[in-house]
Design a protein around this ligand. Structure first.
Ligand SMILES: Nc1ncnc2c1ncn2[C@@H]1O[C@H](COP(=O)(O)OP(=O)(O)OP(=O)(O)O)[C@@H](O)[C@H]1O
Ligand SMILES: [Mg+2]
Length: 387
């Protein structure tokens, strides 16, 4: 069967696990076989369901399975030989064994290794939906989006090509203090590399995967969400919705009035920053959404009649691109008239104003210090040049 992948990410503590678990519960109750997996090394999926979940898919209810992936198991399964070699290499350079092993787990690879499970499940096609409760940073997504950078990385670790290694290894092994990688290591690197590339292809394919950002209506969480959104766009990941979680109800007492007002400000800002994608608003519940029944209730209140595996946005509406040495941003703006348009960089955010309409885009680092110098409409897209 064809599998849909929904990945929930966001700042620490905003409600990723609760929303991933409630989404999985509600989808599976609608008759779709669903697996929810946690790739956050600090698993809390079991806490959300109020029962233990192991490192294998565990049946939680009809059509519902859950798994908390073990980081070490994932690394050893998919990355054993390479890690063994790197540990040896670092030790030969004088590091103590424990530090050597720790460093041999390169940053970002631990979460990426967990995503390798995804590839297996996807290829087997056992599930209608796979829902991923991911770690706060989304570091692994960044890593997956750079096959080229990874090639560079690997070239640094294995400075000689494979063929050359075959020739020099006998010499190196006798004269050098540095152990040369053997064939198994090379094979393992090749396998890892092609699997990571496959996962990237799956996660950036908008017909298969959807990335969803979870936030709370506060300033810090909003900033992080804007940043995450921009970078996910930059790397080509299909973000289709934002989940604003823990919104205070309207009739708060006097004490929470100011909080409630500032939440409203943030929610308004969210619609200016993410106007092209779906926004879900979730109230702060009276108690923690723990256990299957509560997760189902939460799921119902989030999605109502909307199937949670709907693809809420398909086309790319913002793009960053470069022609020669000129930097551009491409915006979908079908209705705009250029003469009323105001575009400016305000502290690293691009503001586009048209009458009462306003759009805010967090700029990636390479654009942050540039200002708009010209804009042109082409086929419903506003192309802004930045310098
Ligand atoms: N809408 C809500 N109303 C009340 N409590 C909530 C709501 N959403 C989540 N919570 C509670 O907030 C806490 C954090 O939620 P959760 O663990 O889902 O966040 P997280 O983003 O996965 O955190 P982490 O970054 O630690 O993985 C939990 O105690 C959870 O039960
Ligand atoms: Mg969590």
């Amino acid at each position: 069967m064809k599998t849909r992948i929904l990945l929930y990410t966001g700042k620490g503590g905003v409600g990723k696990t609760s929303i991933a678990a409630s989404t999985a519960s509600i989808i599976s109750s609608q008759g779709k076989k669903t697996l929810v997996i946690s790739t956050d090394p600090a698993h809390s999926l079991g806490d959300a369901f109020g029962e233990e979940i192991g490192s294998r898919p565990k049946k939680m209810a009809e059509n519902l399975y859950a798994q908390e992936i073990s980081v070490n198991e994932a690394i050893n399964t998919h990355w054993g030989e390479l890690k063994g070699y790197l540990t040896g290499l670092f030790q030969s350079q004088g590091l103590d064994p424990v530090s050597a092993e720790e460093i041999a787990t390169l940053p970002g690879f631990d979460e990426a290794a967990q995503l390798l499970y995804l590839l297996d499940y996807y290829k087997k096609g056992e599930y209608n939906n796979i829902i991923i409760d991911s770690a706060p940073t989304g570091e692994s997504l960044k890593l997956l989006s750079f096959p080229e950078a990874m090639t560079w990385y690997m070239d640094k670790i294995f400075p000689v090509g494979r063929l050359a290694a075959k020739l020099v290894r006998p010499v190196m092994n006798t004269i050098g203090p540095m152990p040369m990688p053997d064939d198994d290591v090379f094979k393992s690197v090749e396998r890892l590399y092609s699997s990571l590339k496959e996962i990237r292809d799956i996660l950036t394919n908008q017909d298969i995967s959807t990335i969803r950002l979870v936030m709370n209506p506060d300033r810090m969480s909003f900033s992080e969400t804007k940043r995450a959104y921009t970078y996910l766009l930059l790397y080509g990941y299909p973000v289709d919705s934002i989940f604003i979680n823990k919104i205070y109800e309207e009739n708060t007492g006097a004490f929470f009035k100011a909080w409630r007002n500032s939440q409203e400000e943030i929610i308004k800002g969210v619609s200016e920053s993410f106007s092209e994608i779906k926004i879900f608003k979730i109230p702060l519940l009276k108690s923690e959404p723990i256990g299957y029944n509560n997760l189902i209730l939460m799921g119902k209140s989030i999605y109502g009649d909307i199937p949670p595996d709907t693809i809420f946005k398909k086309e790319t509406s913002i793009e960053f691109y470069k022609v020669d040495d000129r930097y551009f941003i491409k915006f979908k703006l079908p209705f705009a008239d250029k003469k009323d348009l105001k575009i400016y960089n305000k502290g690293g955010e691009l503001i586009i104003e048209l009458g009462n309409w306003k759009r805010v885009l967090y700029l990636p680092t390479i654009y942050a210090d540039k200002n708009p110098i010209g804009a042109e409409f082409i086929n419903g897209f506003l192309n802004i040049e930045m310098r």
